[in-house]
Write a protein that binds this ligand. Structure first.
Ligand code: Z5A
Ligand code: MG
Length: 211
């Protein structure tokens, strides 16, 4: 693969409700990009591999109880502990396909009733994505898919609230794909958005989340 001839990599984030297809699509997009000879890596948050990530993982599996603000800050800390590496990779020409990011952090905690501004504050200064792709699926539809209901938060009323908060976070970097379409159709739309983004971001500086 070698190093990229010019410019930095793109920070591409996939967001969406539980079971909207983020992880499946991240994997498909990554193999497509690799097949094109593009320098790319797949990342995900929470990153359960760090010590902070293990605390989050235990919480999500209902093996530990944490105050809402405490878990919010742990999710954020889990992104902060990866920030320097993220920046280095991007500047080194690697495109990162990231499964959930700060938007999940804000939408889920706000859905529990925490103030939106309070939720955004610890995210300020993380690397801003070049593109956020929101896989739009109704919670009822998502619930019909495999594996639903195992972890915390996987209840339809809660997912509806999360969806409303996601909606309020949309800005110019967001593109929405109808995630209820067949996987291959979603995949095709995603490829096009990602390829455009990778080209267009070459000339642009990395910026920080500024909310
Ligand atoms: N959380 C938070 O509170 N704060 C934060 O800052 C962050 C996260 C980062 C765990 O996340 C929880 O953490 C999450 C938010 C919260 N809430 N919960 N619970 P996670 O990313 O580890 O969650 P996950 O359980 O690994 O993934 P997911 O988001 O629930 O699913 P997904 O990745 O979007 O979907 P998938 O695994 O790709 O697909 C699900 C199933 O649907 C699977 O059987 C697929 O084959 C099927 N599928 C996918 N696409 C389609 C289409 N198009 N048609 C039909 N079937 C499909
Ligand atoms: Mg997933």
């Amino acid at each position: 693969k070698g190093s990229s001839k010019s410019g930095r990599g793109a920070l591409i984030v996939l967001e969406g409700l539980d079971r909207s297809g983020k992880s499946s699509q991240c994997a498909r997009l990554l193999s497509f990009l690799e097949g094109k000879g593009c320098q790319a890596e797949g990342w995900r948050f929470p990153d359960r591999g760090t010590s902070v990530g293990q605390m989050i993982s235990a919480y999500l599996a209902n093996e530990s109880q944490l105050d809402d603000r405490t878990i919010h800050l742990l999710f954020s800390a889990n992104r902060w502990e990866k920030r320097a590496l993220m920046e280095r990779k991007l500047l080194g020409g690697t495109t990162l396909i990231v499964d959930r990011y700060s938007y999940s952090g804000v939408a889920f905690s706000a859905a529990k009733g925490l103030g939106i501004e309070w939720c955004k504050a610890p995210e300020v200064g993380l690397v801003a994505p070049d593109l956020v792709i929101y896989l739009d699926v109704q919670p009822e539809k998502a619930a019909e898919r495999g594996g639903y209901g195992g972890e915390r938060y996987e209840r339809i009323e809660f997912q509806n609230k999360v969806g409303e908060h996601y909606h309020s976070l949309r800005d110019s970097t967001w593109k929405v794909i109808d995630g209820s379409l067949p996987m291959e159709v979603v995949e095709e739309q995603l490829r096009e958005l990602a390829m455009n983004c990778i080209q267009e971001c070459q000339g642009r500086q990395l910026t920080n989340l500024a909310w």
